[in-house]
Design a protein. Structure first.
Lengths: 254, 254
């Protein structure tokens, strides 16, 4: 696998976590709506491999897609409180544009940054805060229907369905990663929910590496570290992708 | 329940099936993008209750929503082969506009015309044509994840997720009806798939009546007649909505 991996939204938090820890693992092609400053670029990435492109710009996305082996699609409005018009355009329409371009270019694998907000409304008053605790059995495993907590979550669930369609229709391998709570260095303090869905930077980078390297058809997995507190199963990520997380939010407690 | 029922897409095929058989059951408020000719209007509907409005026009939809008890939302691009830009605007954005207006106006129930195309890719080469036959056990029941057969189906699956969000967020009752193959008079001839998912006009009207009259929270049901050939379960429609279909495509065979 010597062909490039296209990373959209490379300047965002998830993109930077990936590049920080996996910057030398692939031949990267980096795309972001904003020009990327040099401190956001891993060593060895030339300016020719950096695209300042909006994912709703079809022609520019098609150009960035040429010769790409795999896509990690993170670009979009990342705000849980983002208004509908923005998630409709940037997240739903943008994901369609990137997926369609990927299929047209013969890309083999597509990892989509979905979100815990696609299933946030499972956290009902009856279940919380117990579900955030290590001794609670409630777990989501990716086979459940979406229950978004906001319109951002609706847009992520829609992106997952777009992936399902393009996989069935065109054969491209698609994995939707419902990313938990990505924070650098340590999990959130005094926030049970954030600790339960914590994803460390290095586990994030490792998980998306596995999305590029593993063989799969269509998958929905949860992107969290191996936390003692856990209401997302990581069995599928382990079994199908070979995800082997290093971190556990419990090690930072007390 | 004396307040009006708003029917969007009233001039389309599903809307006309409903009005033909249930035209005198409710105080209707009818909305369609095109002006409705008099033969498309049931007796007793005054011109004041007919709105020529595009569902992407927020202000006009809000006006049509005033005082409404329940919405049957059918409007959208109905073509399975519709291009992305059209289903994005008319089906996904349009459904958001209608749902948001319904919640803002205090509407109690929302029935959404979803489609068999939201799950059409379950009909794999391995399963067909056996799954279209009466002795085959494969059944979808509404708890499965969407597998759209086209971008139209993606848009319907996205509409379902919007309904899920607005139910969880605002409490409005939402039922997504995955409509099968609606044909007038008799089921399709020499087309096993169409017979398996046949929905007669009168069963269609009855089913949407039940969506207005029954009590429910959030549901996904299949909209087909009581066909011997069947790969969609109608148990949930029976149990939750009180759906009691009259027709069966098998009665037209042979």
């Amino acid at each position: 696998m010597d062909d490039p991996v296209l990373l959209t939204g490379a300047g965002g938090r998830v993109g930077q976590a990936i590049l920080r820890h996996s910057g030398d693992r692939f031949e990267w092609r980096l795309l972001d709506r904003e020009p990327l400053s040099s401190e956001k670029l891993p060593a060895g990435v030339s300016k020719d491999d950096v695209y300042a492109v909006d994912v709703t710009d079809e022609a520019a996305v098609e150009e960035a897609m040429e010769g790409v082996y795999a896509v990690i699609h993170l670009a979009g409005d990342p705000r849980p409180e983002a208004p509908w018009d923005s998630v409709l355009r940037n997240n739903i329409d943008g994901t369609h544009t990137v997926l369609q371009a990927a299929v047209d270019a013969g890309v083999e694998k597509f990892a989509f940054a979905s979100s815990n907000h696609a299933v946030g409304a499972y956290e009902t008053d009856e279940r919380t805060p117990e579900m955030y605790r290590p001794d609670d059995d409630f777990k989501l495993d990716g086979e459940e229907l979406p229950r978004p907590s906001n319109l951002y979550g609706v847009s992520k669930a829609s992106g997952e369905v777009l992936g399902r369609y393009y996989h069935d229709h065109a054969g491209i391998s698609v994995v939707n990663v419902r990313i938990g709570n990505l924070t650098e260095g340590h999990p959130p303090i005094d926030y049970e929910r954030g600790q339960a869905m914590w994803l460390s930077y290095r586990d994030c980078a490792h998980l998306f590496e596995r999305c590029v390297l593993a063989d799969y058809d269509y998958e929905i997995v949860y992107g969290i570290s191996d936390n003692d507190r856990k209401y997302y199963s990581i069995d599928r990520a382990r079994d199908v992708l070979g995800y082997e997380p290093t971190d556990n939010s419990a090690e930072f407690e007390g």
